[in-house]
Write a protein that binds this ligand. Structure first.
Ligand SMILES: Cc1cc2nc3c(=O)[nH]c(=O)nc-3n(C[C@H](O)[C@H](O)[C@H](O)COP(=O)(O)OP(=O)(O)OC[C@H]3O[C@@H](n4cnc5c(N)ncnc54)[C@H](O)[C@@H]3O)c2cc1C
Length: 393
């Protein structure tokens, strides 16, 4: 039976980063993955250009049962460290809104970079390998795989979340955590579009393709100001994906369709300047006409501004600044970018990612209960947690 210092299950973002870090320390590292290709999620990320990190990464941009958990790893491996790595490999990149960094050419550059780092660090990678069982032995772990038995001193679980099952996502990491007595917090789809109820679909489906700037607020007060996109199935766009991380089924979200503006003041001003203008024409200067027509009654839209009572104007303003809507649900793991929940971080060391009660067992990346905002934060967590464990295994 072949023995390795470190076996890492999962050749994704966190697993490869962890492997290279441990390999450079002189550890004998083997990475196992059941897929036929390493880093498949990286390849499709960021629309094929991989939003690999963000210029400004702060702990509050991560959702975790223990909000302090991410601080140590993020402080020790910063986005500037990853940018330096990307630059050292000659990968050209650019910055988009909100400090998001993308490859100029292709996400493939990031996978090639990680594979090169692993090669330089002497890491072995075995793909198309199923893990059949894992057992704790005296000084490590014994693995039975589709390619035979293996043993290791440290075992790192880097199997990612449940999003995009088509790409080979499995709940294996959660099962392993439970096998070793760790708590797995309930999982759900995050960074995911919302879907309409049937009656909403009938009313709003025709708006598919319309995008407007908006501020969306979740029930807990979390707010994002970015584009809102109407789709056939429901609502999407960056603002919606962000807020989905803070949304529980059945909760209303509040959408401000005139972010930064006081709708009542605008209506009162329009009334003063153009009292005979119809509500339809007034609102169509501020929002796409089709959206205006879907939001308000025909009869109301045909009224002149001076035919609207004060209460009616207040109600209209409320609908524009605080459109409260209860969505049916989300598109689920099929299109989600991340998985909320996962291995409870209260049972892991924030410094090394090692399980408190199972010496030698580590969890890195998305498999744990850490999910970032849209904008490169999930990869930064994969890099930072991978490095933290890589320095300890
Ligand atoms: C469409 C899409 C776009 C995204 N775009 C971005 C982006 O631009 N920026 C960003 O920051 N984040 C993005 N994300 C999120 C990001 O991809 C993940 O957060 C990140 O890949 C998590 O890294 P990980 O190493 O934990 O898991 P993964 O990268 O998912 O790697 C997990 C690995 O484990 C392997 N595995 C799973 N089960 C088993 C098993 N039973 N046995 C063996 N191996 C197994 C898988 O094959 C995979 O190789 C995107 C996600 C999606 C779905």
């Amino acid at each position: 039976m072949k023995h390795h210092d470190v076996i890492i299950i999962g050749a994704g973002a966190a697993g490869l980063m962890c492997a290279a870090t441990a390999g450079y320390r002189g550890r004998d590292v083997l990475v196992l993955d059941n897929a036929k290709q390493a880093g498949r999620k990286i390849l499709i990320s960021g629309g094929g250009r991989c939003n690999f990190t963000n210029q400004k990464v702060e702990p509050h941009q991560f959702i975790c049962g223990n909000p302090h958990f991410v601080k140590s790893a993020l402080a020790r491996y910063r986005s500037s460290d990853f940018i330096e790595l990307v630059e050292r490999h000659g990968i050209e990149y650019h910055e988009r809104d909100h400090g998001q960094l993308f490859c100029n050419d292709s996400a493939k550059d990031i996978v090639t970079m990680l594979m090169t780092e692993c090669e330089w660090a002497g890491v072995k990678i075995k793909l198309r390998t199923e893990i059949l069982s894992v057992n704790k032995v005296d000084n490590g772990f014994l693995l039975t795989t589709s390619n035979g038995e293996l043993s290791c001193q440290s075992l790192v679980v880097a199997t990612g979340g449940l999003s995009m099952p088509k790409l080979g996502a499995t709940p294996y990491g959660y099962k392993l955590a439970e096998q070793f007595g760790l708590t797995v917090l309930p999982t759900s789809a995050g960074l995911v579009p919302f879907t309409w109820h049937a009656e909403q679909k009938a009313r709003f489906e025709a708006l598919s393709g319309i995008a407007v700037p908006a501020t969306i607020t979740a029930k807990d007060g979390t707010q994002f100001s970015e584009a809102l996109l109407f789709t056939h199935r429901g609502l999407s766009g960056p603002a919606v994906l962000q807020i989905s991380n803070y949304w529980q089924a059945g909760e209303a979200i509040s959408i401000n369709l005139l972010p930064g503006e006081d709708a009542l003041e605008k209506i009162e001003l329009a009334l003063k300047n153009h009292p005979k203008q119809s509500l339809r024409n007034t609102l169509s200067h501020w929002l796409p006409k089709r959206l205006v027509e879907a939001l308000f009654d025909e009869a109301q839209l045909d009224k002149a501004l001076n035919q609207l009572g004060h209460g009616e104007r207040e109600q209209l303003a409320q609908s524009l600044n605080d459109w409260s809507i209860i969505m049916n649900g989300t598109e689920g793991y099929r299109t989600a970018e991340v998985t909320l929940g996962g291995v409870d971080t209260n049972e892991l060391s924030s410094k090394t990612m090692e399980a408190n009660n199972v010496p030698g067992l580590y969890f890195v990346g998305e498999v744990m209960d850490v999910s970032g905002w849209l904008g490169g934060f999930n990869f930064q967590w994969a890099w930072a947690s991978g490095v933290a464990a890589g320095l300890a295994v």
